[in-house]
Design a protein around this ligand. Structure first.
Ligand code: A3D
Length: 320
């Protein structure tokens, strides 16, 4: 059986980490692409040279021509620019929407059967552009944000309760930005919902509110520490989990930026919701009953994503 082919479009900080993780997990052969000629080739060779030590078999290659992504099974897109301190994700829209248009064309031409995971920010708007420009079915184009946001939430909760990160499930809805909606009542420690843990005296509502806010600001916290770019280890881990779910048909229930066509009362928008990911791509959108506060937060988040998508449409119309 031939190995799967994983194409990484963008070979910067996240792209390099993706290649290493995909190699270590033996997800398939990996091809890296970037406009900065030499970088994808150099990183691919460097990681290939780690394979005898780490004990994994995967072909690693790189290039600057879209033909290298030909017939990829999975494509993970990080091409574009990241944030610097003082910038919001939305400040990236002018440059990155143009990049998504190019990447979409490349995917349409060379890998129309791929499962595409977008990471480039501002995420929910960029994955919308990527789906439009690639012409791939909406269930095969998805955005990574929820797995990362909920991982951050889980990590902060594990620290608060002094329990294993593995025993915490966390649930985050909405766009990847300041308006994201971490759901307290659907997040648990070994099945015990957070509001019950407050009643049990494990934490206070005030502490939980602080953790929710820290989760919302999780990206900015790293940007302010690094000063030269944004988070890359955890974002790469999150996208690899999604790729793994698709390649192994695991039917994982993962929060992703998925295309909504009426679910949650939203149409023609990518936004973070729980999904089932398996060999069919996004196989199902899990529609939970939102309470009034969650619904208000979710609607506000959708409005801000809608505004960004409109900016992308206006930029595209100007170019045409
Ligand atoms: P960085 O290390 O700068 O890598 C980006 C790469 O894209 C660079 O190597 C560039 O040369 C390359 N590139 C630029 N333009 C093009 C193009 N037209 N075609 C192909 N390649 C191109 O950034 P990074 O890896 O740290 O981050 C990549 C993206 O992910 C940024 O937009 C970040 O904002 C975003 N990001 C998203 C999350 C989410 O949770 C959604 C988290 C962290 C970062």
């Amino acid at each position: 059986m031939a190995r799967n082919k994983i194409a990484l479009v963008g070979s910067g900080n996240i792209g390099g980490t993706l290649a290493l993780l995909a190699g270590l997990k033996e997800l398939g052969d990996i091809v890296m692409f970037d406009i900065a000629d030499g970088v994808p080739q150099g990183k691919a060779l460097d990681i290939a040279e780690a394979s005898p030590v780490e004990g994994f078999d995967a072909k690693m290659s790189g290039g600057s021509d879209y033909s290298v992504i030909k017939d990829a099974d999975v494509i993970i897109v990080t091409a574009g620019v990241p944030r610097k301190p003082g910038m919001s994700r939305d400040d990236l829209i002018g440059i990155n929407s143009g990049v998504m248009a190019q990447v979409g064309e490349g995917i349409k031409k060379y890998a129309p059967n791929a499962f595409v995971i977008c990471i480039t920010n501002p995420l929910d708007a960029m994955v919308w552009v990527l789906q439009q420009k690639s012409g791939l079915p909406a269930n095969k184009v998805v955005g990574m944000a929820g797995v990362l946001d909920s991982a951050r939430f889980r990590y902060f909760l594990a620290e608060e309760f002094n329990v294993s990160v593995e025993d915490i499930t966390a649930f985050v809805l909405g766009g990847h930005g300041d308006t994201m909606v971490p759901s307290v009542r659907y997040s648990t420690v070994a099945g015990i919902p957070l509001p019950d843990l407050v009643k049990m005296g494990w934490t206070t509502q005030e502490r939980l509110d602080q953790i929710v806010q820290r989760t919302r600001d999780g990206g900015a916290e790293i940007v302010n520490l690094l000063k030269t770019g944004s988070a890359f280890y955890a974002p790469a881990s999150a996208a690899i989990q999604m790729a793994d779910a698709y390649l192994k048909d695991k039917k994982r229930v993962l929060p992703c930026a998925a295309y909504l066509d009426g679910q949650y009362g939203v149409k023609d928008l990518y936004v973070g919701v729980p999904t089932v990911i398996g060999a069919g791509g996004v196989e199902r959108i899990v529609e939970i009953q939102l309470d009034a506060t969650e619904k208000a937060g979710f609607d506000k988040s959708c409005d801000s994503v809608r505004q960004l998508v409109q900016i992308c449409k206006d930029l595209d119309a100007k170019k045409a």
